[in-house]
Ligand binder design. Sequence first.
Ligand code: MF3
Ligand code: CO
Ligand code: CO
Length: 260
Amino acid sequence: MTINIKTPDEIEKMRTVGAMAAEQLEMIEEYIKPGVTTGELDRICHNYTLDVQKAIPAPLNYRGFPKSICTSVNHVVCHGIPNDEKVLKNGDIVNIDVTLIKDEYHGDTSKTFIVGKGSVLAERLTAAAKECMYRGIRQVKPGARLGDIGHVIQTYAEKNRYSVVKEYCGHGIGKIFHDEPQVLHYGKRGTGAELKAGMTFTIEPMINAGKAAVKLLPDDWTVVTKDHKLTAQWEHTILVTETGYEIFTHRSDDTIERIT
Ligand code: MF3
Ligand code: CO
Ligand code: CO
């Protein structure tokens, strides 16, 4: 397995596209309210990407994906396809996953929003999934191992009696959308590849309220929990620095340091 190390010039491009992906999640927030369709959210993001950001929505036509963002509602784990029939209602949770390409480099980030007022479970699960991502990010520094990231995520999820999706993982990112390494959201401390300054990858845990099992719908994209219980995900694109990490997709609502 070869994990490529980015040059300073590549890092600067990833910082730029990461900030744009983050800004897009900030932009879309005001539109996420009862009555909006996921198709409408997709159109707003698509147009903003092209017209304002002068960037490319990476999901569109990626391996045949038909839309510009992923919208995953309630029991949808990931890769939900926006459409004009899916109306968001009060209490839903929706993960919006944005990936942009600018100057050939990718920035990939997602956040689970609560539509209107959420149930106690929706609030707790969403907060726990975010904390899982943060705990994973805090492991990132040269000399740490990928297994350290997975271990803290799994430990926190299971401590809260939630479960970690095993079939989908974080990934190296750069000119290539999904590159090596695979960043598992479970595992053992001290195992897996050693992190080195200049590596860039995502951390994007999918945390289920019920069992870990998932299934793929016949559209070949939409992943749902087998037990149809709630699931939440958060994602950031991260750089390993000499001293720790930098979050390329950091937003103003993040409650973790952008850089250490
Ligand atoms: N953004 C997703 C990820 O975090 C991948 C979406 S691929 C798509 O890796 F084709 F479904 F858009
Ligand atoms: Co990703
Ligand atoms: Co993503």
